[in-house]
Unconditional design. Structure first.
Length: 220
């Protein structure tokens, strides 16, 4: 099936309050433009340099989301244009984003990445860390970032009961953090294999790649 057909099929399943991030990592600009011509304006990348290259080549009404693990020394390469950083998992990273955003007189939107999976390979801060961060005076002094929600990745497993528990834990933490910061609106959870379940558990933003663009080729 074509990218347009895939995209329309995914969109047709989404409630109005759920935002679709088309995960375009490793895919050529031609594929992204197919999705763009079909109305998609939000794209997610997991490598800053690849995202910066695509940003240079593509229309400027696109919102670019950084969905991967962020190295602090590379924040400067996306600070001028990135719309949302999903993977903020430390105060040090937040400080760097704030510093680089200030250079462009911008406020960069960020999500706190929480570790909900049981796998060691998954990154993220604990619920306690997130609460402490939002309550801290230092956080309140950061003028060029806006925490707008949370992000989490479930375990890579066929056990839907476990995935549901992990998604529910993220929603519970979000509700609790919202008591501290009523500005929070985004729960980024759910990917190609589990987004219907994520939506049932309260997701407001899903990150879908292979269901739109097809299987990735990592051999390049």
């Amino acid at each position: 099936m074509s990218i347009k057909t895939n995209l329309l099929q995914v969109r047709s399943q989404l409630p109005s309050q759920v935002t679709l991030v088309a995960v375009s990592k490793t895919k050529p600009v031609e594929d992204l433009m197919d999705a763009y011509q079909s109305g998609q304006r939000i794209f997610g990348e997991n490598k800053i340099q690849e995202m910066a290259d695509k940003h240079q080549q593509m229309p400027k009404d696109i919102q670019w989301h950084m969905i991967g693990n962020v190295q602090r020394n590379k924040v400067k390469y996306m600070a001028e244009f990135v719309d949302l950083i999903h993977g903020v998992d430390s105060e040090k990273l937040l400080n760097e984003v704030n510093k680089q955003a200030k250079k462009y007189d911008r406020t960069i939107n960020c999500l706190l990445q929480l570790k909900i999976a049981q796998e060691d390979s998954k990154f993220g801060m604990s619920s306690e860390n997130a609460h402490d961060l939002l309550k801290s005076d230092h956080f309140k002094s950061l003028e060029n970032i806006a925490i707008v929600g949370v992000m989490g990745m479930a375990s890579f497993t066929d056990n839907t009961t476990q995935i549901k528990q992990e998604f529910t834990a993220l929603k519970t933490t979000f509700d609790s953090l919202k008591n501290i910061n009523p500005e929070l609106t985004v729960i980024s959870m759910g990917m190609s294999g589990d987004y219907p379940l994520a939506i049932d558990c309260g997701s407001t933003m899903i990150r879908v790649g292979s269901s739109i663009f097809g299987v990735r080729n990592y051999t390049k």
